[in-house]
Design a protein around this ligand. Structure first.
Ligand code: DON
Length: 572
């Protein structure tokens, strides 16, 4: 009997230590053997899973998922935006695609400024001028051409079905529908009202079926003609005509000139793991690797998860990397001397570490900035993590910039346009404590891509992908991804716990740290503040979508951040 008890106990302990998902507090990740799709909308995750189940690879599933999100998650899923895709195959092949939006040919450095030199009417965020030349369709098409395995038209069909036959509107959209109702008589938003309101007038209640016939037609043109279905012919004409009629800049020439770049991903190392991330025009990869390099010199595990000691070290790494982000980063096609190699080197991190005191905060070196309230960004971008049956991984983040982008739908085409031009530095030479940056590398120029914080990342070990991660959240994205990685590698959390854990954000300026609501204990906060940090509490940070591959036991674990309303991890 005693022997039996002993064996049972051993079995129990083995299970606990073998499968991290059982042994940790908080949510348990979704577990599967053949593939996993994690996105911010359950319908898109299910579409991705179906594509994988019928033999599609991770790229096929990304394409189908991204087009579905353009229908079911219009706050961020898009045809009219842009993004980045990072790929790591189980055979060690790594690549990335840059389909970030571009400034139109007619854009100018001061295009958002009034005569007083200030930004006119928030026009860099809220006007037709805020729209960059979209990249999403070109990016998905190029990734599929290079690495897809199922026919393109099959990958578009689920999105077309949702647009044509409709799906249940969720509560998540309500605030936007109210906004559209309030603006339906403004001619700039007439097509938005047509697309989003019942009979162009009334709000759909959650649960009611919402159909998007114009969007279905656009998707069919893309299904039939590939990227040309968007950048040439009818869709391009609809966009260009709409721009001309309402005072926008994008022309058919802008659209036909748009190209996706395939780039070598940026590579770093952190405690014997490879970090595969997006190079500029994303600032994400550079800043992430810089921060990890700094943190590698400290014993973060010993300092303890979200202790004041480790929060202090995280903050000091963030402060330094975000300062470099502002000073050096922009579109590499326009800033040929960007010191990416230096910023991501171990030697540079060692130099930066020398300036960090263990119990005292540094000061962000700013001039006489006023003490205005911090401008944190809303979490509306969306991230897709996918692993297929062979263990190939895709980490893709794409966006319209703000929630529902410019809120402007192209008449007759049924999709929303981005407001990504707001990611350029709007006032040359003007940087302030609110987080407005005016440094040179990210000033506006025709055909230039605006700097992004999107940080689709894959962590690998021994030549195989291990953690697939990314998040929305504007400038907070890089810190969200950083903390999920540190939670996984240093604190050995399973992916659900790593994604759920409370997070902090510091971005050099303003010189203060944001803690999520109820995220950090008051005792910890007191000790942290005693080190000299200013703290601001509020809201939630990001919607991380993560997958962890346990190669030894052949399991794939997925977790959609509960900070997202409709997110879901779906495996099979
Ligand atoms: O590319 C970027 O960094 C931003 N346009 C992403 C925007 C985002 O995550 C939503 N929040 N502002």
């Amino acid at each position: 009997m005693k022997q039996k008890f002993k064996s049972l106990l051993c079995l129990f302990l083995a299970v606990i230590f073998y499968f991290p998902s059982f042994s940790q507090s908080g949510r348990t990740p979704v577990k599967a053997e053949n593939g996993m799709v994690v996105t911010s909308h359950y319908l898109a995750s299910e579409v991705g899973r179906d594509i994988l189940a019928k033999g599609g690879n991770a790229i096929d599933a990304s394409v189908a998922t991204a087009f579905t999100l353009a229908v079911t998650l219009p706050s961020a899923g898009n045809l009219g935006g842009g993004g980045f895709l990072v790929y790591y195959g189980s055979d060690g092949h790594k690549t990335s695609f840059n389909f970030r939006e571009k400034a139109p040919l007619a854009a100018t450095i001061n295009m958002f400024l009034g005569e007083d030199g200030k930004i006119k009417d928030n026009s860099n965020h809220e006007s037709l001028l805020s729209v960059g030349v979209p990249g999403t369709v070109a990016g998905l098409y190029k990734a599929h051409q290079k690495m897809g395995s199922l026919p393109w038209d099959e990958l578009l069909q689920p999105a077309i079905d949702f647009a044509e036959n409709g799906f249940e509107s969720t509560y998540n959209m309500n605030w936007f529908l109210k906004w559209v109702k309030d603006h339906k008589d403004d001619e700039l938003y007439a097509a938005t009202a047509e697309a989003f309101l019942k009979n162009g007038k009334e709000i759909y209640n959650s649960g009611e079926t919402w159909k998007q016939p114009d969007l279905a037609k656009t998707l069919k043109r893309i299904q039939k003609n590939g990227a040309d279905g968007f950048y040439k012919g009818k869709t391009a004409k609809l966009i260009a005509d709409f721009m001309e009629e309402h005072g926008g800049l994008i022309t058919e020439e802008d659209l036909s000139k748009y190209e996706t770049e395939e780039l070598e991903p940026l590579e770093g190392r952190y405690r014997r793991h490879e970090i595969i991330a997006m190079p500029p025009p994303s600032s994400g990869g550079v800043a992430l690797i810089e921060m990890l390099n700094i943190l590698e010199g400290f014993d973060i595990e010993e300092a303890g998860h979200n202790s004041a000691a480790s929060l202090h070290l995280l903050t000091e790494a963030m402060r330094r990397a975000y300062a470099d982000r502002a000073l050096y980063l922009g579109d590499p096609n326009f800033n040929i001397e960007m010191p990416v190699e230096k910023l991501t080197s171990k030697e540079y991190a060692a130099e930066l570490r020398e300036g960090i005191e263990l119990k005292k905060s540094s000061v962000s070196d700013s001039a006489n900035f006023n003490n205005a309230h911090a401008q944190y960004e809303s979490p509306q971008t969306t991230h897709i993590s996918i692993v297929d049956k062979d263990g190939n991984a895709v980490s893709m983040t794409y966006t319209l910039e703000r929630s529902y982008g410019s809120k402007i739908v192209v008449e007759g085409a049924g999709f929303l346009l981005n407001n990504e031009m707001g990611d350029f530095n709007p006032i040359p030479g003007y940087t302030d404590s609110r987080g407005l940056i005016g440094t040179n590398p990210n000033l506006i120029a025709p055909e230039k891509r605006m700097l992004s914080s999107m940080t689709p990342t894959i962590v690998a070990k021994d030549g195989k992908p291990l953690l697939v991660i990314g998040s929305p959240g504007g400038r907070t994205i890089i810190n969200t991804v950083l903390q999920v990685i540190v939670n996984t590698i240093d604190h050995k959390m399973n992916v659900a716990k790593a994604v759920e854990s409370p997070r902090i954000h510091h971005q050099w300026l303003p010189d203060r740290t944001r803690f999520e609501d109820w995220g950090i204990s008051p005792d910890t906060r007191r000790i942290y503040k005693e080190m000299g940090h200013e703290v601001y509490e509020g809201g939630k940070q990001g919607q991380a979508m993560g997958i962890y591959i346990d190669w030894e036991n052949n399991f794939i674990y997925g977790a959609a951040d509960s900070r997202s309303y409709d997110g879901k991890a779906v495996g099979f």
